[in-house]
Every structure is written in C-alpha cells, then in structure tokens.
Design a binder for this molecule. Structure first.
Ligand code: GAR
Length: 191
C-alpha cells in the first residue's frame, strides 16, 4: 500500500523535524518524510535532514517577488513529490493562499503554548513573563493567521521553577511526542 507522504517545513534547529522523521523510520508513524523545506539557508535543520537522508530544499524568501511567488514554486515541488500533508515544525512564516488552497485541512503546525494564548515567535518567554504556571504545546490545522486554526491536540505541564532552559527542554519533549500523535491522527483521519 502507498505510504503517506509528508513534507516538513522548518526554519531553525529542527528537533521537531527529527522527532517526525525518526518516528517514520522506526514505525511509530506509518508515513515517510519526502521533503524538508527550509526558508533559512544554513539552518541546523538542513544538517539533520542530511543525516536522515531526507531530500531538502532551502530558499531565501527575499529572492522572490512575493509570498505568492515562492509558494507557487514550492507547490510545484510538493506536487512533483505527491505530498499528502505539510507539517510546519518551527517554520517561522505565515502560510499564504497558494499553499492553503491546495492543501486545505492538510497543513498542520506545532506551537509551544496552550493556544490561543501566547501566539508568535517567543511563546515560552512570553508565558514566563506573564507568570504562567501551566505551560503547554498545541498542534493545529493552519489558516492564514499567525498560529491560528482549529486545534488538534494539546499537552500541558505544571512548571513553577525559574530555569527557562529547563522549561524549554521539558516543552520540547512534549512537542516531540505530541507531533507523532497528531500525525497519526491525520493519517488515520481521526481528528
Ligand atoms: C518549536 O518549539 C515550535 O513549537 C516553535 O518553534 C520551535 C522549533 O524548534 N514554533 C513556533 O513558535 C511557531 N509559532 P525546532 O526547530 O527544534 O523544531
């Protein structure tokens, strides 16, 4: 039977990419990562992709006239590879109409807060600054707004310490398990 084909979009370190690809490799996810797309040439995620033998494509959005222009180029690559789902894993960019219309209900994101609280690029620090005690992670379908779209899964943790690195590690661990759970829901259409 044909395996589900995933594309992962990332901008940074890629620990969530690695969580997804390793779960595909050891059978916890019945799918394969066929493409890693990165909008930051030089990002660490590209080294990880090389290690796992995932085809990667890095581009600089500034080299394109518009979001529509680079998303049209990406859509062609995704079509050629018959991608079923796009998993955003620290992809720090709004997804536009070109990809959203082609991949309706087939683009998901992970975010390190209990959405709809603390959207944006500094969710963990923002939650700490606010005095939060229950931290969390959310996976959700993607719409055209920042960290917006219907929630699929959430995980939470009580943390009352004051070590942001420790907290960040705890949250990343939750993310890595939660994304595997969410992708399995997508594949089995149980959401
Ligand atoms: C993750 O914590 C992810 O939830 C977050 O970026 C980090 C990427 O880490 N995404 C967002 O904040 C989206 N708004 P990684 O590169 O190690 O996977």
């Amino acid at each position: 039977m044909r395996k589900t084909r995933l594309a992962v979009f990332a901008s940074g370190s890629g620990s969530n990419y690695e969580a997804i690809v390793s779960a595909c490799c050891d059978g916890r996810i019945d799918a394969e990562v066929v493409l890693l797309v990165c909008d930051k040439p030089g990002a660490k995620v590209l080294e990880r992709a090389k290690r796992y033998g995932t085809e990667s494509f890095a581009f600089n959005p500034k080299d394109y006239a518009s979001r529509e222009a680079y998303e049209t180029m990406l859509a062609t690559m995704l079509d050629e590879r018959r991608v079923d789902y796009i998993c955003l894993a620290g992809y720090m960019r709004i997804v536009g109409k070109v990809l959203l219309s082609r991949y309706e209900q087939r683009i998901v994101n992970i975010h390190p807060s209990l959405l709809p609280a603390f959207k944006g690029a500094h969710a963990i620090q923002d939650a700490v600054d606010y005095g939060v005690k229950i931290f969390g992670v959310t996976t959700h379908f993607v719409d055209e707004t920042l960290d917006g779209g219907r929630i699929i899964d959430q995980g939470a943790i009580v943390y009352e310490g004051n070590d942001i690195d420790e907290l960040t590690n705890l949250i990343h661990n939750i993310e890595h398990n939660l994304y595997v759970k969410t992708i399995n829901k997508l594949i089995n259409k149980k959401y």
